[in-house]
Each structure stands twice: as C-alpha cells, then as structure tokens.
Design a protein around this ligand. Structure first.
Ligand code: SAH
Ligand code: SF4
Length: 356
C-alpha cells in the first residue's frame, strides 16, 4: 500500500474520491477543500461534523511536527523548527507580521547543496528536497497561528527553491490558486540556478524573483557562492533579465553586506554599473542585508554607515536600494540558524538577525 497523501499534498481528486468512498454527500468536497485553505485549521472547521474532521485528519495527516516555536518579544515574528514525519529532517519557517501584511518565509529543502560560505544552511549541507505538501503546510500552519491572513510568501528559508523546481512550482500554484495569495506576492529567491530561472520566465504566473548576488565581480562571488563557477554573474543577470522581460516585474537583488569583503565604495559603483538600466518596471532593486554571523564563517556584518554610503552610491547609478532592518534578533530568525542552535548546545555568543 502506498503512503497516505499528506494533508496539503493531497489533490482535489484524491479528496473527492476518498469522500465518495466514505459515502459522503457530494457537496462535502467543496466544503472540505475550502476548510483546508481557510485561515483556521481543519480541526477547527466547525462547518464539518466532528467525526468527519477526525476521519479526514487521520486519512490526510499533517507531516510537520513543531520541535521549537519561538516568538520575538514584540510578538510580530514567530519561528518554527519542524521535524518532517518522513525521515525526521528539520526545516524552518518564519512568520513576520506588520500592520498591513503577514509574510511567511518558507523552506524548500532540508539543507542545501549550494554551499554558500556565509550561510548556516549551506554550511550544514544537503539532506533532501521537500515535497509540495511539506512546502504548502508551512504556509497553512503559519496562517493558522496568525490573526492576520497571510498576504506574502517568500522562499527565503532553507534550501535553493530552483533546485527543487517541480515541488516548488506545485506549491506556488497551490498558494496562488487555492489559498488566494497573488503570484506577485510570492517571491522565489535563487542563488542563480540559471536553468530554473529560464523555466520561471516561461511560466504564466508572474511570481516575484529575488536573486542573491552578494558580489559585483566573479572573483569574489566565486568565493562566497560556489555555484558562480558554474553560472557566472553575466549568465545569472541575463536569465534574470529574461524573467523581468517575461513578467514585466522588477527583480530584487539580495546583497549580504560583509565588512571589508563586499562593502567598499568601488564595489558599490561596480554593482551599480552592472544593474543600471536593468529591464522590468522600475529597473533592478537591491536589498542590502547586514550579514548574520554564523558559526562556520568568520565575516562580520558591515556597519550601518557603510550600508548607507553603499546605497547612496547605487542611487548615483540610478539603482534603488533598501537597507534591511534586523528582525527577530532574539529568536535566531535567520536561514538555518535555529536548527544550528538546537543542534549545537553551546553556540558562540552573538546576536542573530533575520536574513531574508
Ligand atoms: N537559496 C536561496 C533562498 C534561501 S537563502 C538563495 O540563496 O537565494 C535566503 C537569503 O538569505 C539569500 O539571499 C541568502 O543569501 C541570505 N542569507 C543566507 N545566509 C545569510 C547570512 N548569514 N546573512 C545574511 N543573509 C544570508
Ligand atoms: Fe543554499 Fe541560499 Fe544558503 Fe546559498 S544562501 S547555501 S543557496 S540556502
């Protein structure tokens, strides 16, 4: 017998045929499907008889178990460390709320094979791809715990989404079509997996693309992002331009600012030269993220005044930039960091900040 489909991996057809095997009236299918995508959990779907909820819960189990749930002191940020029923891999999800939006940052893989030197997930290595059901469940369960409806989803947790394309795209379609989260409010962040970016350009749903650049030249990027040796900056920018052209959307470039490594004025000018006149409405946008310290990397966050100068130099080239504020500093709300802390009982001291 094959394993039962997970609650958010089950298709509408699978739910329909299960309900019909159970002899349920036909109108139940729509009721159950809408309960699955409601802001509350299936267990709280009072439109359905309790016995049916219990039976559905057993037939379509949740597949993530919370190991650690932590909330920031202002309660606006919540982070989950889950263990997957299938094999026990650990993944992280972060919910970030503000008065006018609720954004969930989700993982697409347990671990990551890309090996970016400054990233806690990259340092830990690759474990496995997540399934569509595991990806969607992160959003659903963050939503169940939030008073606000989830308005935005970012694939900026653990893993490289475009290295797990089919499962990620299945989740995007589900989030857009069934949860009603507009494709534009779903951001796929990539380290520059060019074939995946080309596929994205060919999709009709115009998701937002973020590209993690971190360096203005190949020599430095090769050191920080090993994948750059396979897909150098020029190829990554060409594929990003393809997505911008196809979707008419502005591309965001992520830039983790590391003191003395990539925060010099000449590097800002070089980045500005690369990104000026970028296609897509409004051109390229740069997110300057102060580096989060991680156990396996000696670099430090660039100072705030350096970030301001960096942003001004980009503006001089006509490239807009935002300096990301730190978020969730008291809860290790950065890619791979909660897992790292749980796995290593006595981590070096130092504040953690929300990376993405
Ligand atoms: N693999 C994808 C998405 C997950 S990482 C990618 O790399 O884009 C999400 C973002 O967090 C990326 O921009 C990544 O570069 C950034 N990031 C990872 N570790 C970081 C750290 N220690 N400090 C700051 N940003 C970090
Ligand atoms: Fe993977 Fe992204 Fe971390 Fe690089 S930064 S190791 S691609 S998760």
């Amino acid at each position: 017998m094959t394993a039962a489909p997970s609650r958010y991996g089950a298709t509408l057809d699978e739910i329909t045929s299960t309900l019909s095997e159970w002899g349920e009236p036909r109108y139940r299918t729509a009721q159950v499907w809408s309960a699955l995508h409601a802001p509350h959990s299936l267990e709280d779907a009072t439109a359905l008889p309790r016995a049916l909820r219990d039976r559905l819960g057993d037939a379509f189990p949740l597949v993530l178990t919370p190991e650690v749930v932590s909330a920031s002191s202002d309660t606006m940020t919540t982070k989950w460390l889950w263990s997957c029923t299938a094999g026990g891999a650990q993944v992280e999800t972060v919910l970030m709320r503000s008065p006018n939006r609720a954004t969930v940052c989700i993982s697409s893989q347990a671990g990551c094979a890309m090996g970016c030197t400054f990233c806690a997930t990259g340092q830990a290595g690759f474990e496995r791809h997540l399934t569509t059901g595991e990806i969607v469940e992160q959003v659903a369960r963050a939503g169940h715990s939030s008073e606000q409806r989830i308005s935005n989803v970012v694939f900026m947790g653990m893993g490289e989404p475009l290295a797990n394309y089919d499962a990620v795209w299945g989740a995007v379609e589900r989030l857009h079509g069934d949860f009603g989260i507009s494709a534009r409010r779903i951001t796929v962040s990539t380290v520059g997996v060019v074939p995946g970016m080309r596929r994205l350009a060919a999709e009709s749903l115009p998701v937002t693309l973020a590209v993690s650049l971190h360096a203005p030249d190949d020599e430095l990027r090769n050191q920080l992002v090993p994948l750059n040796r396979r897909y150098p900056i020029a190829e990554v920018l060409d594929a990003a331009a393809d997505v911008a052209g196809a979707h008419g959307r502005r591309i965001t470039f992520e830039y983790a600012c590391i003191a003395g490594v990539n925060d010099r004025i000449d590097q800002a000018d070089a980045l500005g030269a690369l990104l000026r006149s970028f296609p897509g409405s409004g051109g390229a946008h740069v997110n300057l993220i102060p580096l989060n310290p991680t156990a396996g990397f000696t670099g430090h966050a660039a100072r705030h005044d350096r970030l301001r100068i960096f942003a001004e130099r980009l503006a001089g080239k006509g490239v807009t930039a935002t300096i990301r504020r730190n978020r969730g500093t008291d809860i290790d709300a950065a890619c791979g960091q909660l897992r790292a802390r749980v796995a290593i009982p006595d981590p070096p001291s130092g504040s953690a900040t929300m990376a993405p």
